[in-house]
Design a binder for this molecule. Structure first.
Ligand code: HAM
Length: 415
């Protein structure tokens, strides 16, 4: 017997309907803000991610699904969406047209992480990217779109954390300041190495003893250059204007190297360790890094799997059914007629199923009851002779007879 690869979820009915609902609710929020859909490959040149996401990140150094294809090219299953979008924008010269370029995507991403609740090796994101205009109002728009998506799902048990990571102008000096501070602390060897490679990550260490040590560490937000500070203040002002609530978390660390200035995360309280339901930020150096123009960008990735878990935890998902109407034929001639009626109903946009397999009346109604349909069409030999059909409301058991010729109209009214 086969089973799905470790850490890879299947979504089967009825959960799959909830999954689709979550994904389309999030993409709808992007569409409402004028983002256009982009469909990109799930694998790319390995170098795109190495260069775009950053060699020193866990994502690139430990978690990529990388293999040689039949032409001995190094290929990687996409661990995130931003690098691929930038590659496509450059390749198709979208950056030479109207700016900002506003794109959204939805699909699978792959990271070889240790599987646990809410952390998968294949997961799904809905993401947006707004490229080519360095305007703090655009940062606020991106954040507000994510917030609107989660609100539209009915989620309330999350908070939005934001901060600024500075830019190439002010971050290097801050980094040195932080490294000098960390060098004086009695850190273990692994943490000391991390402080060399990526000092910001030490600020996010979850161990209480390290937390205590770095409690007085200098913070980026206190060392922003004037331009970054002004940008950050305006983003916060626009968020307030938009009615989006946020908290500042100056110790936020994102797992990808390309971020500059505004960064943010949506954190849900009901999910345990994997609490990040979405995150993003500005990445002003990425396009040039990938061989394109010096253009800015800002975007997010929302975790569809985790948003689904959050919606389940909060109990905010509606009931989903796969059909509205189910035909229960009693006898061969009735079956032939119901097959035809089912075709007409589907053509009229009504989701219609039939009881198959020549079941008895009792067994047929059992199937109808379990189908999730609201209405059953009941047709027997005698009804056929009299030109009538029964329309039964399954929740109440109430049944009325209508003329066979009027069935489509009558069903539409009954729904
Ligand atoms: P990220 O924070 O790495 O950002 O991922 C975004 C979201 O994807 C996370 O908040 C989480 O909900 C979900 N996610 C990540 N890894 C997993 C996993 N192993 N299992 C389940 N869900 C997961 C990015 O990927 C950036 N590309 C976002 C972005 C777009 N920044 C700018 N533009």
């Amino acid at each position: 017997m086969f089973s799905a690869p470790r850490g890879v979820p299947d979504y089967i009915p009825p959960t799959s309907a909830a999954f689709v609902h979550v994904r389309s609710t999030l993409t709808r929020a992007a569409e409402l803000a004028g983002y256009g859909y982009v469909e990109l490959p799930v694998f790319e040149d390995t170098a795109l991610f190495a260069r775009g996401v950053g060699e020193s990140t866990d994502v690139v150094s430990k978690e990529m699904y990388t293999f040689l294809d039949r032409g001995d090219r190094s290929i990687t299953l996409r661990p995130e969406g931003t690098a691929g979008v930038m590659r496509a924008v450059i390749e198709h010269s979208l950056d030479r047209g109207q700016l900002p370029v506003k794109l959204y995507y939805a699909g699978q991403f792959f990271r070889a992480e240790a599987p646990q609740a809410g952390r998968y090796r294949q997961f799904h994101q809905v993401g947006i990217e707004a490229i080519g205009v360095d305007d703090p109002a655009l940062d606020a728009e991106v954040i507000a779109v994510g917030d609107a998506g989660f609100r539209a799902l009915g989620l309330t048990g999350y908070r939005l954390e934001i901060t600024s990571l500075g830019d190439s102008n002010c971050r290097p000096a801050y980094r040195e300041l932080l490294q000098a501070f960390l060098a004086k602390l009695p850190l273990d060897e692994a943490t000391r190495q991390r402080a060399e490679l990526n000092p910001l990550r030490v600020l996010d260490d979850k161990r209480p003893e390290v937390r205590a040590l770095v409690a007085d560490a200098p913070l980026m937000v206190d060392h922003l250059c004037d331009a970054c500070r002004e940008h950050y203040e305006l983003v916060k002002a626009y968020l307030t204007e938009l009615g989006v609530k946020f908290v500042e978390n100056p110790r936020m660390v994102r797992g990808l190297d390309y971020y500059t200035k505004t960064t943010f995360e949506f954190v849900h309280d009901g999910l345990g360790a994997q609490s990040g339901i979405g995150g993003g930020g500005r990445y002003d150096g990425l396009m040039a890094q990938l061989g394109g123009q010096e253009l800015s960008g800002v975007g997010f990735g929302l975790g569809v799997d985790r948003a689904l878990l959050a919606a389940q935890a909060e109990g905010v998902l509606p009931e989903f059914s796969r059909v509205d109407v189910i035909g229960v034929p009693l006898g061969e001639a009735a079956r032939a007629r119901l097959v035809a009626i089912a075709g007409e109903l589907r053509a009229a946009g009504v989701r219609t199923d039939l009881v198959y397999g020549g079941k008895s009346m009792k067994a047929g109604f059992k199937v109808a009851d379990r189908s999730g349909a609201r209405v059953a069409l009941v047709l027997g030999e005698r009804d056929l002779e009299s030109g009538q059909i029964g329309i039964k409301t399954l929740a109440t058991g109430e049944q009325v007879s209508v003329a066979l010729t009027d069935v489509v109209e009558a069903v539409r009214k009954a729904l």
